[in-house]
Design a protein around this ligand. Structure first.
Ligand SMILES: [Zn+2]
Length: 135
């Protein structure tokens, strides 16, 4: 199947109507395992000649995250990435380069989790290991 059709099917099966602009964003972001910020996506689309608005990019990414097409990863209150890898995994975040890379779920093991608040169950544990370049 052609890649474009794959993306269209992926959107439809997640209940997202594949409009022209959603397709542009989907084709870019879902192509490979990658982490992109909304501004990066906007920049790449604009460079490619798209006239998509910033609001559309933000709304579409939030919709994709809400429908489980991408995962949202917040490294701090001002930096959010959208991750095309949706299965559970952890991340390295390089504070010098601003780059996020994956850590496989098997590469990190917890010997002990704290006792959970009563009446709750663990849904998900997500770790961001912040690193910086050695000088
Ligand atoms: Zn990731």
């Amino acid at each position: 199947m052609e890649y474009k059709q794959q993306v269209e099917q992926q959107l439809r099966s997640s209940g997202v109507q594949p409009t022209k602009q959603r397709m542009e964003i989907g084709i870019l972001l879902l192509a490979t395992p990658q982490h992109m910020s909304a501004d990066q996506i906007l920049g790449e689309l604009r460079t490619a000649g798209s006239r998509v608005s910033k609001a559309t990019v933000y709304n579409t990414l939030n919709l994709f995250a809400c429908r489980g097409l991408v995962r949202e990863v917040s490294v701090d209150s001002t930096r959010q990435f959208f991750d095309s890898t949706i299965h559970p995994h952890h991340h390295f975040y390089n504070i010098d380069t601003g780059k996020l890379t994956d850590i496989g779920i098997d590469e990190l093991e917890f010997s002990q989790l704290p006792e959970l608040p009563s009446g709750t169950e663990a849904q998900d544990v997500e770790v961001i290991v912040r690193v910086r370049n050695k000088h």
